[in-house]
Design a protein. Structure first.
Length: 287
């Protein structure tokens, strides 16, 4: 396992046998040390590397210890009896030094590089749902939730999934239950603010149930709509404007859900911080 942890770094350092390196093989360690000093670390002058390159010499371990003493800020020294973990720590530090110095030599070039990111595209598919009963069930659910059904069953199922996941999440149910108690006289400022927001954005004020077409989106949520979700600009194409409005509404919804979750965390933490308990027996006053 230790050897595998080195392979990615050694490959980046272009070590010739990076994929065969074995930390338990002393010959591999000698080859790596010589390679790193000659090509990456370069702590010693060329004439001073002669002993380090004597990999067949029985005194190589002593030469290696002298080499570690020469490296500035090296935290390691050879012990009289070195176990495997000691070698792993020393080689790991040398490899890290090689990487740091390689970056320092070409940091301008490295900083200009753009990382290659793998884009994964999720494809949804329905299997075993070709029956007419399945289509009728989805259409009935769409009608119950007041969602327009799409001719493509995959799109319809995706829409149902996201709608149910959002509308019937734990935070949504909690907020709905809280609206049922709006008539209670609660002097807590945070609760009154939440109730005010729920009233403002409740279904009786939000005309989303009346939205059936692109024109309805522009009418209720556009520049002249009363929902205050307009973009502040227009592209001249109502379809593009409608799509942008939908993206804005979804973004606001995500922000609101994040705020609700943060409020729940703060409320939970306040149970422990709002009423701290002290033990006077542990205190000490005077000498």
């Amino acid at each position: 396992m230790a050897s595998k942890s080195f392979q990615r770094k050694l490959r980046a350092l272009e070590f010739p046998i990076w994929n065969k390196f074995d930390i338990e093989n002393r010959e591999h360690i000698k080859s790596l040390v010589v390679y790193l000093e000659q090509t990456k670390i370069r702590e010693l002058k060329v004439s001073q590397r002669a002993n380090l390159k004597k990999v067949k010499d029985k005194k190589w371990v002593r030469y290696f210890g002298d080499y570690l003493d020469e490296i500035e800020d090296c935290p390691y020294q050879l012990k009289p009896k070195m176990d495997q973990n000691d070698w792993v720590e020393i080689i790991e530090w040398l490899v890290s030094q090689a990487i740091a110095r390689t970056y320092s030599d070409g940091k301008d070039d490295f900083n200009r590089r753009t990382p290659i990111r793998r884009v994964e595209r999720r494809e949804y598919a329905l299997t075993g749902c070709e029956a007419k009963e399945c289509e009728e069930a989805m259409n009935g659910l769409c009608k119950f939730l007041n969602i327009p059904a799409n001719s493509d069953k995959v799109i319809t199922s995706q829409t149902l999934y996201h709608f149910i996941k959002t509308k019937f999440s734990l935070s949504s149910i909690t907020n709905y239950e809280a609206t049922l108690n709006d008539d209670e006289d609660d002097e807590d400022d945070s609760k009154r603010d939440k109730n005010m927001l729920r009233k403002r954005y409740s279904s009786q004020h939000d005309p989303w149930q009346n939205v059936k077409t692109v024109d309805d989106i522009i009418k209720y949520y556009g520049q002249n709509g009363h929902m205050a979700n307009h973009l502040g600009f227009t592209t001249g194409d109502k379809h593009v404007d409608a799509a942008a409005i939908i993206l804005r509404v979804l973004y606001v919804l995500d922000v609101r859900q994040s705020q609700n979750q943060l409020n729940e965390i703060v409320t939970f933490l306040q149970r422990f911080t709002a009423n701290p308990k002290t033990n006077p027996n542990l205190g000490k006053v005077g000498k």
